[in-house]
Design a protein around this ligand. Structure first.
Ligand SMILES: *Cc1c(COP(=O)(O)O)cnc(C)c1O
Length: 365
């Protein structure tokens, strides 16, 4: 048997006719940039998250960068980010001229270690970017208290957590603002790059929208120098179709995670732990093994594709060498970068596929 890491065809087969119509309508109307479908998506997505305002943009990385700008973060400022995330989280901080300050991850939940956030705060700290990593919500009650106490902004990086919840509230609705990516493999994915910025502060989103549209307020009225970062009409049409199925896709991921948890409970790999009071949406199903590289190699010989998210924690990447980050300051991320392994996870993965993967893991361990 072959088990791919991700198979997007399964979800697309169910909606192929609708998608083909959407593509045809886009071509027939010659409406590629701008259009009603974008407004519709922004409204529906804001409603799905439970916020007042949403602005589409070109990708998830831009959504973080533009929101940081809109929050007034810039040169001389520090922004706290977790030691394990996709590079975009810290890259966007540097892109606005600020400095990313890394904090180690929690040993159980892999999200930012909330007991270490306060020690990273200095007089230059402006904001915190919690990442709801792998689809698992950060404990936002604790984080909001810290932010309030130190008067810091919070931008939730929700690129891996569309529909995840903490305490019955959807992530992206807790903080000053939140960023989303619709990269094809995310829980809600477009047919190319796309992203969105959301907030309950409509003025902030209005300003972010202006930045994303060349600083214009109305046509040719450039109040500031902004940039070009738009959600295009075709992607919005596709996202409108797929958003209707997001809850179902997430449930399929959760169901798959439960089968994995059950079949792996007695072997010597660590299955993911779920934060109490939270809804984990399993963008990734990440286990830990002391013999990760050998396990990955073995699974590959069995036709099972796996991946590592991410093989080098952010503080230790070549691009941050100048910071001279020390492994003893990020002991959990330093250790876990060699243990984490993402198993196949996608809506539509079959019980037989999961059983086959688990049998192989058990056989190896
Ligand atoms: C995917 C991702 C992003 C960036 O999204 P793009 O659309 O690829 O730019 C940002 N943060 C995290 C945690 C991600 O996983």
């Amino acid at each position: 048997m072959k088990v791919p890491f991700v198979d997007l065809n399964i979800q697309h087969n169910d909606i192929r006719e609708e998608i083909n119509d959407a593509i045809k309508n886009t071509i027939d109307s010659s409406s590629f940039i701008g259009g009603e479908a974008i407004n519709v998506f922004e409204e529906k997505f804001a409603h799905f998250i439970g916020v007042d305002s949403c602005c589409g943009c070109a990708n998830g990385t831009d959504s973080i960068e533009i929101l940081l700008k809109a929050l007034g973060v810039g040169i001389g400022d520090e922004v706290i980010v977790p030691a394990i995330s996709w590079l975009s989280t810290s890259e966007a901080v540097s892109a606005v001229g600020a400095t990313p300050v890394f904090v180690d991850i929690d040993a159980d939940y892999y999200t930012i270690d909330l007991t270490k956030v306060e020690t990273a705060i200095t007089k230059n700290t402006k904001a915190i970017i919690p990442v709801h990593l792998y689809g698992q919500a950060v404990n936002m009650d604790v984080l909001l208290q810290i932010a309030q106490k130190h008067k810091l902004a919070i931008l939730e990086d929700c690129a891996q957590a569309h529909g995840a919840q903490y305490n019955n509230r959807t992530v992206g609705s807790f903080a000053d603002c939140a960023s989303f990516s619709f990269f094809p493999g995310k829980n809600l994915g477009a047919f190319g790059d796309a992203g969105a910025m959301v907030s309950n502060n409509s003025e902030l989103i209005k300003y972010a929208r202006m930045i994303a549209n060349h600083g214009q307020q109305g046509k040719h009225n450039h109040l500031i120098e902004g940039r070009n970062s738009r959600l295009d009409n075709l992607q919005a049409r596709i996202l409108n179709i797929k958003l209707q199925h997001l809850d179902k896709y997430n449930q399929q991921r959760i169901d798959a995670s439960e089968i994995y948890n059950d079949l792996l409970k007695d072997c010597n790999v660590q299955v993911p732990k779920q934060l109490p009071l939270s809804k984990h949406v399993y963008h990734l199903y990440v286990i830990r093994s002391q013999k990760r590289d050998e396990l990955m190699q073995f699974l590959s010989t069995q036709g099972i594709q796996t991946a590592i998210h991410y093989p080098t924690a952010l503080p230790f990447l070549k691009c941050y060498e100048h910071m001279k980050n020390r492994s003893e300051d990020f002991p959990v991320a330093y250790k876990y970068q060699n243990e984490i392994l993402s198993l196949p996870m996608f809506p539509g993965i079959t019980k037989e596929q999961i059983q086959y993967v688990c049998e192989a893991v058990v056989k190896f361990s």
